[in-house]
Design a protein around this ligand. Structure first.
Ligand code: SF4
Length: 463
């Protein structure tokens, strides 16, 4: 990874002055934005969260133009303990510990994400995701480097083909922020790479040759670290492959550097749909007006946004934290999709929770808030076993004819189980009051159709 040189506050000023003159982002920002007015109107009515609270404390000298320029944030990431100590109170001992950790697991925080941290709270959920902990080393013997065995399923460099109809393309190992719970922490020491044109062509060639592939997931690192032009080159070539139905992008930019989701990027993505974007909010405090605007720009460009959060000890491991996160996601029209059990990755053990915690969270949400707000809790199995959904058991007993179920309040209900086989005479009899199996309900205009022999036990009602 290209590590920016040490930045002192004075250097921020220097860089900001320089970049202000050379940046072309003003013009880009003036391009016709998709739905800008509505975004502003929505946010004025009901801001979904506090904005970057420390912006003016730490970066008051940075102009709005620079603050809204993702490349400025990227260039000015905090990547050393010395830089970090300028913003976060750290004792000499803490600094020594962090230096030790960062020798193995580097540090990278965008100014935007840093500005969300409550610097006075050592247990701040934003801080814990971004700032290293000595526990990454002291508990570092637990877990494995590559728990999902992604290397084994790599069919060509950078392309993982585990499920028949979908592939994962890893375009780079560079991320704007290095999240302390990252599954691909093993890649951080490799110095930052982006796939070469030859490697990209080899991946595309593999996809062209395998007609069963209908879903291509572009991931990293974070693929949006590539320039929009380079991304377009790759995405447009994937879109040319006729058997590829959907493209998915996995990115944490909307959370850690939402300025990256600019109009140029959205306009490009809009050309190659259907494109779905999966992002990674872990805490309600990450849903700032900036993040909400980024998601809104994507949605208005025809890119649905799903959220995949990771269950993390002391960060979001309670019913309250998850409920608040998911409700706020719905308010910005992002679907809570998965809640992942934290993978057993070396250097993350201190952030992992017992599986029961996730089950209890789902139990505490299901029925108590909108079903749309309840993500699917999953474990990504080791050795490439794939994702397994877990949920509390609501079936207390079952016979051939009946289930005994408990609801979200713990009340017990008996539910008659319909017979598996329904004889055709019975079915005809059942339908006869309103006519033939393919008849019409008298006077209603509603047409009944049998779905066919495969589903002899059900009918479809079409009006
Ligand atoms: S953005 Fe994703 S890939 Fe990058 S460090 Fe964070 S969790 Fe890992």
């Amino acid at each position: 990874m290209k590590t920016p040189s040490v930045i002192l506050k004075s250097q921020f000023i220097h860089k900001s002055e320089k970049c202000c003159h050379e940046s072309g982002t003003n013009n880009e920002a003036e391009e016709e934005p998709p739905g800008e007015r509505s975004i502003s109107a929505n946010l004025e009515e009901e801001p979904p969260g506090k904005t970057a609270t420390n912006r003016y404390r730490f970066f008051s000298h940075i102009t709005d133009d620079l603050w809204n320029d993702w490349k400025w944030h990227f260039r000015n990431r905090i990547t050393s303990v010395e830089q970090l100590a300028q913003f976060i109170p750290l004792s000499a001992e803490e600094q020594a510990q962090l230096r030790l950790v960062t020798m193995r697991y580097p540090l990278s925080i965008t100014p935007y994400y840093l500005s969300l941290i409550n610097t006075y709270d050592p247990n701040d959920p934003i801080r814990k995701q971004a700032i290293p902990s000595i526990l990454e080393m002291t508990m570092g013997s637990m877990g494995v480097e590559d728990p999902l065995d992604e290397k084994r399923d790599s069919v060509v460099p950078g392309l993982v083909h585990r499920y028949a109809d979908r592939v994962l393309i890893v375009l780079t190992d560079i991320c704007p922020m290095l999240c302390r719970h990252c599954t691909r922490k093993r890649e951080w020491r490799n110095g930052g790479w982006v796939r070469s044109p030859g490697e990209v062509e080899a991946m595309l060639s593999y996809i062209r040759q395998h007609r069963a592939i209908r879903d291509v997931i572009i991931s990293g690192g974070d693929p949006l670290t590539l320039s929009t032009k380079r991304l377009e080159d790759i995405i447009s070539r994937i879109r040319e492959i006729r058997h590829v139905e959907i493209i998915r992008i996995g990115t944490r930019f909307p959370v850690v550097l939402p300025q990256r989701i600019d109009y140029e990027l959205c306009a490009m993505l809009a050309k190659y749909g259907p494109i779905w974007l999966n992002t990674h909010f872990n805490h309600a405090r990450e849903i700032t007006p900036e993040a909400a605007e980024a998601c809104d720009r994507l949605l208005r460009s025809g890119v649905p946004v799903n959220n995949q959060s990771v269950l993390l000890r002391g960060i979001n491991d309670s019913v309250e934290a998850q409920t608040e996160l998911c409700r706020r996601l719905l308010k910005i029209k992002v679907r809570p999709y998965y809640l992942f059990q934290c993978d057993e990755v070396q250097g993350t053990e201190h952030l992992r929770t017992p599986v029961e915690v996730g089950m209890k969270i789902i139990e505490g949400m299901r029925g108590h808030t909108s079903g749309l707000a309840v993500p699917t809790f999953v474990i990504d199995l080791p050795q490439g076993g794939g994702k397994v959904p877990l949920q509390p058991n609501y079936v207390l007993a079952q016979t051939k004819d009946e289930l005994v179920l408990r609801n979200y309040q713990g009340r017990i209900f008996h539910y008659r189980n319909p017979l598996r086989q329904v004889h055709e005479e019975s079915l005809a009899e059942a339908v006869s009051p309103v006519g033939d199996a393919a008849g019409t309900i008298a006077g209603s205009g509603v047409k009944l159709e049998l779905e066919g022999a495969r589903n002899a036990d059900r009918v479809i009602v079409r009006s």
